[in-house]
Design a protein around this ligand. Structure first.
Ligand code: FHN
Length: 441
């Protein structure tokens, strides 16, 4: 029997038990209800904070090793200086919770190869290679659970530090054509064992969020094997589609607009133009122009834009994974904290119109967005009509009752020639988005 046959049989033996649609729905349930999560990009690149050897390096901060062509020994100096003495896991969980986020996904290992958990597979981690000597990932996993949040980890398949992966390709770590004849050894003796550590020693992990899968050495076969491997260890796990090789760039889906391998698609820095029926997906997005901390990136999106993006995502049936890039000493920057707090304020008043909702039944009205759940449609009004008459675009049957979430007072709905119209008060309750509840038969 050939080696290929043996690998195929081993993969089949590891495959998780096939699921019925109902079992899959049950596994995806908490995630579909959650709608809003925190993404955290945090590692040694935060020490550089966008500047290498006195020069500001353009582009996203966590890519500084590649963008500035930093040799491995020089980059290790950043690791040796990564000492987040102000890191307070409970405070980070509190900030996420206060924002109305339901889960946290943090980079366990980004493309630079440095792990922020205590790995026995490698000494290139926060406990052995950095002066901090403590397992930050474990602290955050436990704090997230104390706060009632779900928890997951990002893991980069690409590794610029490992000799069997992209390490030897310095200075062009991110070449799409480079292959390493020993890549299989990296997968079997490094990546899989690290993932096994994560899945066996961190019981809080519910999501594995892969990335860096575009390298020439990664294939769908390897992806299928890896998907089966991690789900065999933890059957309840959710895995993003970057475990496979078919993502079409930042659209986060394959050529057919589907997830393919994995459990959900991953549009990046963009929201799909319309709802994607039957597809689970999650838009990840930065609040400024970088994922990892850059000391001089102040290009912050405002709170209104962020809340409206969350609504847009929910109205199209997706989740919103909003990124924060903490500093090297362990602090989430103030402009992030204030925006997240304001998002949380809006969400406190309008929770029912976001959590547990599904895709809009009536597409996208010109004045805002719809979300829906059993017996209810929520009209999120961005542009409050000057004459107070809101056209319920797309709605055919008169709602049993209409009222603003803000005060619960009934509103009049009439059948005009142009369609159903709800009469609103003169002043909108929110300048971000005011929500009208429509009870439907
Ligand atoms: O290269 C990464 C990038 O640094 C960041 O982690 C984002 C988040 O989705 N993903 C990659 C590019 O697709």
């Amino acid at each position: 029997m050939s080696l290929c046959h043996l690998v195929a049989i081993a993969a089949l033996m590891q495959a998780p038990t096939p699921e019925t649609p109902a079992q899959r729905d049950a596994r995806m349930g908490w995630w579909r209800d959650a709608r809003f999560g925190m993404f955290i990009h945090w590692g040694a690149y935060a020490v550089a904070a966008g500047t290498h050897k006195g020069e500001r390096i353009p582009g996203i901060g966590e890519w500084i090793m590649s963008r500035a062509h930093v040799p491995i020994p020089d980059y290790e100096e950043y690791v040796h200086r990564f000492n987040p003495t102000r890191f307070d896991a409970d405070e980070w969980a509190r900030i996420a919770k206060d924002a109305g986020m339901k889960y946290i996904i943090i980079t366990s290992k980004h493309h630079d190869g440095f792990a922020i958990f205590d790995s026995k597979v490698s000494r290139y981690d926060i406990v052995d290679a950095a002066p901090y000597h403590r397992d930050a990932l474990k602290a955050l996993a436990q704090a997230a659970h104390r706060a009632g949040l779900r928890f997951g980890v990002y893991y980069s398949i690409m590794d610029w530090h490992h000799p069997d992966a992209q390490g030897p390709n310095f200075p062009d770590y991110n070449s799409r054509t480079y292959t390493n004849p020993d890549f299989g050894r990296y997968v079997e003796t490094y990546m899989k064992p690290q993932l096994k550590e994560l899945l066996t020693q961190y019981p809080e992990i519910d999501v594995l969020w892969f990335d860096g899968e575009w390298i020439a050495d990664w294939t769908d076969e390897r992806g299928r094997d890896l998907y089966n491997y991690v789900r065999a260890i933890r059957p309840s796990l959710l895995v993003n589609n970057r475990v496979g090789h078919s993502r079409q760039g930042l659209s986060g889906l394959n050529k057919q607009g589907q997830v393919d391998l994995g459990d959900f698609g991953t549009p990046e820095q963009q929201v799909p133009p319309e709802g994607l029926p039957g597809v689970d997906w999650e838009t990840c997005m930065t609040m400024n122009d970088t994922w990892g901390f850059k000391s001089y990136d102040d290009d912050w999106k405002d709170t209104r834009t962020l809340v409206r993006t969350l609504i847009d995502v929910a109205s199209k049936g997706g989740n919103f994974l909003l990124n924060v890039g903490p500093t090297a000493d362990g602090v989430i920057p103030a402009p992030i904290v204030s925006r997240l707090h304001e998002m949380g304020e809006w969400l406190k008043g309008n929770a029912e119109a976001i959590y547990g909702t599904t895709v809009s039944p009536y597409g996208m009205p010109a004045w805002g967005r719809y979300t829906a759940k059993q017996g209810r449609v929520y009209a999120h009004v961005f542009d409050w009509p000057k004459d107070g008459r809101l056209a319920l675009t797309g709605m055919k049957e008169k709602p049993v009752r209409a009222y603003l979430v803000a005060d619960g007072k009934s509103l009049t709905v009439e059948q005009a020639d142009s369609g159903l119209v709800v009469q609103l008060p003169r002043v909108p309750p929110s300048t971000i988005a005011s929500v009208v509840v429509l009870l439907v038969p």
